[in-house]
Each structure stands twice: as structure tokens, then as C-alpha cells.
Design a protein around this ligand. Sequence first.
Ligand SMILES: [Zn+2]
Ligand SMILES: [Zn+2]
Length: 303
Amino acid sequence: MSIKQQDANTGEERVSDPDLESLLVIIIDTNPSQRAIRRNPHQLTQSLDSIVAFGNAHLMQKSNNKLAVIACHHHATQFLYPNPGKPLTEIRQVDGQYEAFTIVEKTVKHKLAQMITSAPKISAPCESLLAGSMSMALCYIARMNRNKLPGEKAHARILVVTGSNECAAQYMTYMNVFFTAQKQNVVIDVCALDKSLSLLQQGCDITGGQYLRLPQLDGLLQYLLWVFLPDPDTRSKLVLPPAVKVDYRAACFCHRELIDIGYVCSVCLSIFCKFSPICTTCHTVFKNPNPIAPKQKKKKLKG
Ligand SMILES: [Zn+2]
Ligand SMILES: [Zn+2]
């Protein structure tokens, strides 16, 4: 809520917003194919406890801070909090705990348990639908902003916590998400629990977010509170892990693999690792390139 005050000197009405609303959307990768979960199934519970505590810490910072939690599974993406249906009726207040924190914790755990038990069994490791979850988070942020009164604004950011491998098959969706987020001033933070993720790192770089690859899983909550709890404006005043060099390679549209040099369609900007006479995206027909010409020049120079 912005506070309208009358300036004593000029009599003008000025709007000050000392406590701008901050919306944090946390995306938790709950895919059982993640290496850490396959090694130790209790890892998911431990990580979840840390993430819930982190979400509550965000709510604790300001009374008008908002939180949303999305689970990203191998078959679907679902809101864990706020619960889209009726609020859970069986939640009882825990003595000594603030009621709102109890609601977050119980709702997240209840919804996640529902989602995991209803998930189809998988025989081989499969990819997480991270790009889809991020699109869902962006839609949610857009909806929350649309419901605001004119002039009211909120800072929104997305935190992705994942131990999955990156999959270049979602390259297009990732790029659409990153540039939409950039346009909407949504900061994307990524906490990589296992391998380094070059595509998501690009997203952090594009939107001005923080990327962190955890050296070990034990101190997850400490890392979250240290690096991701401060809002992006405050971060410049803190000593945070230095930015790593971003790998800006793109994935080719034909094999979905990251490439250094490739062919780009001059009409639709699709990327290919090999020359193809017809662009598979926009069906533009190209002439064959003539690779013999430069070789002849070299021969002439030698002679
Ligand atoms: Zn290719
Ligand atoms: Zn094309």
C-alpha cells in the first residue's frame, strides 16, 4: 500500500512507498530423477524444510510481502502455495508459531504429497519441466500486477531451486521466459544444487538476478538466506559470491545441443548446427553456400 501524504510546504500530494510490496515466487524442482534425490530420498524433505523456512523468512521481512510456491515435477507443474482451491481446514495453529507460517508449511507439504502420490511412475530418468514452471510463475506475477490499483507497484522475483540437469530441448521456452521477465522487470534467481546450468545462468544474467551453484547441499538454508533473501536493490551493498563468466552458447534447433558456431536463419533467427537448404521453422528456402571459393583464394596466395 502506498501512503499519500500532503506536503506541508507545497500542499502537493506525494506518494511515498516506504514498504513496497515484494512478491517472491519459489520454483522447487521435485523431480525424482534428480541425482541427489536418487542417492538419498530424504534429501527432498530436507531441502523442502529449508525452502519453506526461507519463504517464511521472506514473509517475515515485511508485513505486505507475498509468497508463492510452485512445484516442478517430471509430468506437471503445480501451485503448492497459495492453494488455488479452499484453504485447508485441518490446519491447527502450532503454539509459539505465527499462524501464517504454519499455513505456508502445512499447505506446501500437503499439496506436494498429493502431487507426488498422484504422479505417474517413471522407469528412466526424465527431465523437469522447468521452463514451463517459470512461464507459470510469470503468468501469476502478471495476474497479481493486473489486480493492483493504478499506480501501485510490486517488486517480483522468481527463485528456481533445482538439482536437475539442464535440457536444451526447452531452449526456446527458456529464452521466451527470460526476455519476458526482462520486459516485466522480474528478476530470476537460480540456485543450482547439482551441476552448473548454463541456460539458467543466461537467464540470471539477462534479468539481473543472482546465480549460485551450491558446493554442498548441507547448508542450503544458510545459502538461501545469505544470497537470495535480500532484494535485488540491497544486493549491490552486500558481499555476495562473485559473478561467474556466463556461457552464452545457444542450442541448435535441429539436435537441441549447445553449439559454439552455427547457421542462423536470416528470416526467423532459428539456429542450426549444419546448413539446411530449408529452414525447418519458417520454411524459407536458401541457396547452397559456396564453400569452395575461400579455398581457391588460399591456393592462389600459396602459388
Ligand atoms: Zn543441430
Ligand atoms: Zn527461418
